[in-house]
Design a protein around this ligand. Structure first.
Ligand SMILES: Nc1ncnc2c1ncn2[C@@H]1O[C@H](COP(=O)(O)OP(=O)(O)OP(=O)(O)O)[C@@H](O)[C@H]1O
Ligand SMILES: [Mg+2]
Length: 253
């Protein structure tokens, strides 16, 4: 069997690892002062779908951005061939990271939650509707519709770096997104690195979940994430949360 065929038969990711050089641990400057990076970054990616999870401010977007820069994606979000940012952007963290690939892929997409609108405007402005299936212009679709439209019609191969894709998606559409993940993962040609706060996404079967905290970046069972546990517990009995949350402080006499 050829090497290429044997690679296609496995479900191993093609971006295999993300590692920092040692100087990372010594700086007190952003982004090196983020507690999750304090002991350096040494991540082995084991699955085609990897989620980054952690509190607000734990460093997920910073890490995604650095990986995206190293891949050559536009920092504003976009594909390699359709990146529309000016050159010269950089990320300090990216300068200290090393990516290991097998094989190196040169297609994919970086989506920052907050810049999706800019990117949709760009695609609409270049007028290439083949990018999203020739449907209505992206800006005439809702946020969630346009996001799914891009995935369903355009992006099949490569590395997809997505920052909080759930921001665009209703719960029903999050399920549709999981189906897309499932289909693309099975083609063996797509890999995903996704920062999320969504319990629905985190529970995707077979995903690897990496938790950023003051203890560094550690693999975690999604069931053990606060996102899943708290949401499950809250939905089981919201009133008990409200009673505790809205309890009046006893007045001092
Ligand atoms: N340009 C910057 N200069 C200084 N500090 C920054 C800068 N950008 C982000 N930070 C800080 O770095 C930390 C990590 O930010 P980051 O955006 O990576 O967090 P996050 O895990 O993506 O959070 P969220 O879940 O809220 O999106 C935060 O404390 C943030 O305030
Ligand atoms: Mg973020």
């Amino acid at each position: 069997m050829s090497r290429r065929k044997s690679l296609q038969k496995t479900n191993e990711p093609f971006l295999r690892s993300i590692r920092s050089r040692p100087e990372l641990a010594t700086s007190e400057q952003f982004p090196f002062n983020i507690p999750a990076f304090a002991q350096g970054i040494d991540l082995t990616l084991k699955r085609k779908v990897t989620f980054l999870v952690g509190e607000n401010g734990s460093g997920k977007s910073t890490l995604l951005e650095a990986v995206a820069v190293l891949c050559g994606f536009s920092l504003q979000g976009g594909t390699l061939d359709h990146g529309h940012a000016q050159t010269g952007e950089g990320s300090l963290l990216a300068e200290t990271l090393r990516l290991a690939w097998l094989p190196k892929v040169s297609s994919g997409f970086f989506m920052r939650a907050e810049s999706f609108f800019d990117f949709a405007s760009y695609i609409d402005s270049v007028g290439d509707r083949s990018l999203y299936g020739g449907a209505a212009p992206l800006l005439e679709q809702s946020h969630g519709e346009s996001f799914l439209s891009l995935f369903q019609n355009r992006w099949r191969d490569g590395l997809f770096i997505l920052d909080e894709p759930e921001a665009a998606l209703s719960p029903q559409r999050q399920l549709a997104f999981l189906r897309i993940l499932y289909d693309l993962e099975r083609t063996q040609r797509a890999q995903f690195l996704i920062a999320t706060h969504s319990p629905m996404l985190l529970l995707y079967p077979g995903a690897d979940v990496l938790h950023l905290s003051a203890d560094g970046i550690k693999r975690i069972d999604p069931e053990e994430t606060e996102h899943v546990r708290l949401t499950r517990d809250f939905l089981r009995d919201p009133q008990s949360y409200f009673r505790a949350l809205f309890a009046e402080e006893p007045e001092e006499s």
